[in-house]
Design a protein. Structure first.
Lengths: 437, 294, 439
């Protein structure tokens, strides 16, 4: 608390006037542009859907709000945002602000972290939406995943193929087994479709149905498709064999007896087969699907995806503001602490952070309130089909109030609800203010 | 550069060995920060590469295709933007709005912040909490009441009207930040100034403002930035007044991906706030307070 | 006496002739059509931007200015934020003079609130140029409020020509043939369907085309006006038919999950990228603009169209579903009246139509005005089809038919997630509709 100025004009009136001079312009602007709309919104929430005021409905809007499910997901999501983001952003900003003091290229690093703040929220949302796409060919995040997974579990030769006839069936392990049994001297046909022409393995030529060989099991695995469809299960002209496919000969019990690779025209030959009934099969590894990408924009991951993008943007804000706080710290206090023999970590914890507390609380409280109001990033990043899952209070308010001709009554009620949510936040922080002051 | 000044102050009785250990320890720090920095930049780099790819290439493959096919790169998207009429005018309008409102926010915010930090009057703390509480007022709910007000006072479709709106909405954060910052300044400085007979205004101008420069600089950066990138307020309260965000929105296709417009436009729009950021960096200099108590 | 009569007659004759000549000159000025008496400025908030429609609309305005040089039309390209901006401006008491609204349901709501000025003065111009169904579109409570200036044909399917060639199929005429073709395309190695389910309206469009072609225009209108409930057995049939497409998940590019994440734009670029990732897109004539701006596919060799396949044979088997841009007025003065009347005439529509990317219900616009064969095939049916209905979801109260993530759009997205739950979706649709109509 500042001591009253000594000397002349120390009367109460003098103090009021000085205070007024400093405060009046700001309070005037706040009164007109923020308090008046806030009061209008509160009053408006008791009126009907349309018009500058409309007709009185009392608490009807609030009743609707709490009985329909519009807000439940939104409130839950905002709670997640409040629990995760302010702490992460403040922590990351603090770490960056402190660490950059020790490197020579601090401005370059700070610029890199700050850049996301300088891009408009809409453009950032669009950028991350593209990055999060499921298709690994288009979305950067999944492209990285595909490269990594390709090293560990490479895709099969024919990942999208499926059988052309119902006699070729999929087993639980993903292999395809021909139900029709075959005996030595028999010919077996494994027809596959769903293979795009450019997905056919290189070197393929017209498929050929081989002649039977006594004592061997022969057969052909081919792309059972020609323009117009063709006859399923019949090797026709224009249909290509599939080379390089691992074909297995399985015993009646299902054990793999022999395996071989198909030739350029799709034919394969199991030699010296002892008598008995067998089934031809194609191994599961042929159909191993390539990494399909995580559904970052799907219902399960959409909220974490949004949180990551948001922290990426706002860490720069925290870093710059905390950096300002660091810049203004009195060096003599720090020096004294170091001279007293403290390690860097101790100095940081016992001296730096407490001195930074006012600035840290500004960042933290601002982030809490920003996150309660979050709108732009959800609007731009989440696909419309996931708005319900990713819903936040400000988004619900926007759609209620401005869709079509809008329902401003309920929209205002949502805004009032948002105002009320901040009260506990402020209450929690009041004590901290009192302590500092 | 701030970091050039912030060389670590060695403790007086430091052994050479300890100094060498510290220098080695800085190596991993540089590496870690470098990796983090690059990772942080990836989405932005992606956006930039997208801006130099033609629209048809953007849609079929990811932007990293540029590394295998560098010949695809073209400045065509940027050329197309500059050929649209109104870009330069839009940039000018945005400068008026952004500079105008930032200037006012800094002054009014500093005045109010000082009052809340160092002047004593009844109800001060509750008023301060009320001001912070205003942070929560969402922009969307102020649109309609202000629309009516602006219409009455003829502020509709003026850059001044848009700027004033931003000033008001920027004040709660400004007052919060500056008040907390000023409150942390050493009391003794102001005491001695008062003993010397200075009044509040002199203290404010000669002591508080200079000492508060880091916070004022960061406030200015962000207020400038947020209003530079604002779309909703300008769209609602303008008809012919067109800042850059509205101009960009007026270029987007009704159907079809407009990434070939959004990406280059974002980078053109990015340049000014980035320059502001770099220019204000020099205010983040430590040691302003050293020796000031004397 | 006779000489006096002759002189008088001559004088009269010359007076009359002079008057006639003078009159002819004035009327030839009037015929040349320049009206300098009407003056003023019209503010117009529109959705078309400089990359999609604004230059073409400016050509329409320029043509208008040839007749009315003193009327200045101040067009503001708002883009996709138009509904918000308009709602704010209307509620705040300072709307533009004219605006472009895509949903008749929203027009009805504004008219009910008394915000719109009727355009009764344009009635005769509209009657001369549009079939009665079009005038009905903009009518609320018996008064005419909106002019449907631009229209889109939603009963169009766009397909990738190379994919069809590889599969050896030709554009289907009936729905069962479509399903067979889709199977063949799948077997050829490319998924048949590219669905942009993140934008709910692509799904409602598919449903509406199916319903229209199964049950005809009269029943479609009844459902549209909520005279039939969404729990009606006809809706069950239509939904089950739709499930034959959206339930065929391995035949959709990206599967169900992809269909939910891809928006309309992406569904188009997926189908027409090189190589194409899917074969067909079920959407309106404006797909063409997206293809040309975002892909390298060329007309006829890369892409082409066919009419939405018929389901039930009959007069409505090839009915056309329309969506459009409705022009409304918030004020009334001679300048606005002149502009609206002009917009209802054929030359206004032709000024844009000849550049492509434009469809109209104006029956006096000849099919020959369209610049190429594909455009002609998709746009001409709008004014020339015998049976025309309007986009059902656009006609609903906006809370049901045009709200992101809720109402029809949200519920059909849920249907995409679980196409087997037909009765569940029906109940939810009916509940949402009943709530919206009650208000």
């Amino acid at each position: 608390m500042a001591a009253p100025p000594s000397g002349a004009e120390s009367g109460r009136l003098g103090r009021y006037l000085v205070g007024a001079f400093f405060l009046a312009p700001a309070l005037f602007m706040l009164g007109v542009w923020m308090v008046y709309p806030a009061v209008y919104t509160i009053v408006r929430s008791f009126f009907g859907p349309t018009g500058f005021f409309g007709h009185w409905v009392g608490f009807h809007n609030y009743k609707t709000l709490f009985t329909t499910s519009t807000l439940t997901t939104a409130i839950k999501n905002n709670a997640i945002w409040v629990a995760v983001v302010p702490a992460m952003v403040t922590a990351v900003g603090l770490v960056f602000a402190v660490l950059t003091e020790r490197i020579r290229w601090a401005v370059a690093f700070k610029t890199a972290i700050f850049l996301p703040m300088a891009i408009s929220a809409f453009a950032t949302g669009v950028t991350w939406r593209i990055m999060y796409q499921q298709d690994p060919g288009l979305g950067a995040v999944n492209a990285l995943g595909k490269t990594i997974s390709g090293v560990f579990s490479p895709a099969g030769v024919l990942s999208s193929a499926f059988p052309s006839t119902p006699t070729l069936q999929t087993t639980s392990s993903g292999a395809l087994v021909l139900k029709t049994p075959v005996m030595p001297g028999g010919v077996t046909k494994l027809g596959l479709t769903g293979i795009a022409p450019d997905a056919v393995p290189k070197g393929a030529v017209q498929a050929v149905l081989p002649a039977s060989k006594p004592g061997d099991v022969v057969g052909v695995v081919w792309r059972d498709f020609k323009p117009g469809g063709g006859k399923a299960g019949v090797v026709e002209k224009g249909e290509l064999g599939l080379p390089g496919v691992t074909v297995e000969l399985r015993s009646a019990a299902g054990k793999v007896v022999q395996s071989t690779k198909s030739a350029a025209n799709g034919t394969f030959d199991f030699t010296k087969v002892s008598s008995g009934t067998y089934h031809a099969a194609i191994g599961a590894q042929t159909f191993a699907k390539p990494f399909g990408g995580f559904a970052w924009l799907g219902p399960n991951l959409i909220v974490p995806s949004l949180l990551i993008a948001y922290i990426w943007i706002w860490a720069g804000f925290a870093m710059v503001v905390i950096g300002a706080g660091l810049a203004a710290m009195p060096r003599d206090v720090l020096e004294a602490a170091r001279t007293d023999g403290g390690t860097e970590w101790q100095v940081f914890r016992r001296v730096t952070v407490p001195l930074l507390a006012p600035v840290l609380s500004v960042v933290f409280v601002t982030m809490i309130i920003n996150v309660l109001k979050v709108f732009d990033i959800v609007y731009a990043l989440a696909p419309e089909s996931e708005y319900a899952k990713a819903n936040v209070i400000a988004l619900a308010m926007y759609f209620t109030a401005f869709q079509g001709a809008g329902n401003f009554g309920i929209g205002s009620a949502i805004a009032v609800f948002l105002f009320l949510l901040v009260v506990p936040v402020l209450a929690l922080n009041i004590r901290r203010f009192k302590r500092e002051v | 550069m701030a970091s050039a000044v912030a060389v670590e102050l060695p403790a007086p009785r430091d052994a050479v060995a300890a100094r060498i250990v510290r220098a080695i320890a800085r190596g991993p720090l540089n590496i870690v920060l470098a990796v983090l920095g690059v990772l942080w930049l990836v989405p932005t780099i992606g956006l930039f590469i997208t801006s130099i790819l033609p629209a048809s290439a953007d849609a079929s493959k990811g932007w990293w295709q540029i590394f295998t096919k560098p010949s695809l790169a073209t400045w065509g998207n940027y050329h197309a933007l500059f050929h649209q009429s109104g870009l330069v005018q839009a940039l000018k309008t945005t400068v008026y709005i952004a500079v105008g409102n930032t200037f006012l926010v800094v002054i009014l915010g500093a005045l109010a912040g000082y009052a809340f930090a160092w002047l004593d009057f009844p109800g001060r703390d509750w008023l301060f909490i009320g001001v912070i509480g205003l942070l929560v007022v969402p922009l969307q709910m102020a649109l309609i009441p202000m629309f009516k007000l602006y219409d009455t006072f003829g502020l509709f479709d003026t850059w001044e009207g848009i700027a004033l709106f931003h000033v008001a909405f920027g004040l709660p954060f400004a007052i919060f930040l500056l008040r907390n910052f000023f409150a942390g300044l050493p009391k003794d400085i102001m005491e001695s100034a008062r003993i010397d007979g200075a009044n509040e205004i002199v203290i404010f101008l000669r002591l508080i403002l200079p000492l508060g420069l880091p916070a004022i600089a960061s406030l200015a950066i962000f207020q400038f930035l947020w209003t530079w990138n604002d779309l909703l307020v300008a769209l609602t309260f303008g008809q012919n007044t067109t800042p850059i965000t509205v101009w960009i929105a007026g270029q987007l296709r009704e159907f079809g991906t407009s990434i070939d417009i959004i990406a280059p436009a974002s980078f053109i729009s990015l340049i000014v706030p980035l320059c502001v950021f770099l220019a204000f960096q020099r205010y983040f200099v430590q040691g302003l307070l050293a020796g000031s108590v004397k | 006496m006779t000489r006096t009569r002759i002189v008088l007659t001559l004088a009269l004759a010359s007076a009359l002739t002079l008057a006639g000549l003078a009159g002819a000159r004035t009327s030839s000025h009037a015929k040349a059509g320049v009206n300098t008496a009407v003056s003023g400025t019209i503010t117009f908030d529109g959705i078309w931007t400089s990359s999609s429609g604004q230059p073409q609309f400016q050509d329409v305005i320029n043509l208008f200015n040839k007749t009315y040089p003193n009327v200045h039309v101040n067009y503001k390209p708002v883009g996709n934020n138009l509904p918000t901006v308009l709602a704010t401006a209307v509620a705040g008491g300072h709307p533009p003079d004219m605006a472009d609204i895509a949903q008749p349901g929203t027009v009805a709501q504004f008219a009910a609130q008394g915000k719109l000025k009727p355009i009764t003065y344009a009635k005769s111009a509209m009657a001369a140029n549009f079939a009665p169904a079009w005038q009905q579109l903009g009518t609320y409570s018996g008064k005419l409020y909106a002019l449907p200036f631009k229209a889109a044909n939603k009963s169009v399917v766009w397909y990738s020509v190379p994919t069809f060639k590889t599969a050896g199929v030709t554009p289907p005429k009936t729905f069962s043939q479509l399903l067979t073709d889709a199977k063949t395309i799948h077997a050829s190695g490319t998924p048949a369907y590219s669905i942009g389910g993140a934008d709910g309206w692509t799904l409602t469009d598919m449903f509406e085309n199916i319903y229209l072609r199964t049950f005809g225009a009269a029943k479609y209108d009844a459902l549209s006006q909520h005279k039939i409930k969404w729990t009606d057995p006809s809706v069950t049939t239509a939904l089950k038919t739709m499930a034959k497409i959206i339930g065929d998940t391995s035949n959709i590019y990206g599967g169900t999950s992809g269909a939910l994440q891809y928006g309309f734009n992406q569904s188009v670029t997926n189908a027409f990228s090189s190589p194409p990732k899917a074969a067909m897109v079920f959407e309106a004539d404006f797909v063409g603009g997206v293809i040309t701006s975002s892909t390298k596919a060329k007309p006829n060799t890369g892409f082409n169209t066919f009419t939405w396949p018929s389901i039930t044979p009959g007069p409505d088997a090839s009915a056309v579903e329309i969506a459009g841009d409705l022009f409304v007025t918030f004020r009334d003065n001679p300048a606005i009246e002149a502009f609206v009347k002009f917009l209802a005439t054929a030359p206004a529509a032709e000024a844009w139509a000849k550049q492509g990317g434009f469809g109209t219900g104006n029956k006096n616009v000849p099919a020959s005005i369209y610049p190429d064969a594909i455009t002609r095939a998709t746009e001409a049916p709008i004014s020339q089809a015998k049976s025309v209905v309007f986009d059902m979801s656009d006609e609903q109260p906006p809370a049901f038919g045009a709200t992101t993530g809720q109402g029809e759009w949200g519920l059909f997205q849920n249907f995409l997630k679980s196409p087997s739950d037909v009765s569940g979706i029906q109940k939810q649709l009916e509940a949402a509709a009943a709530a919206a109509y009650k208000k």
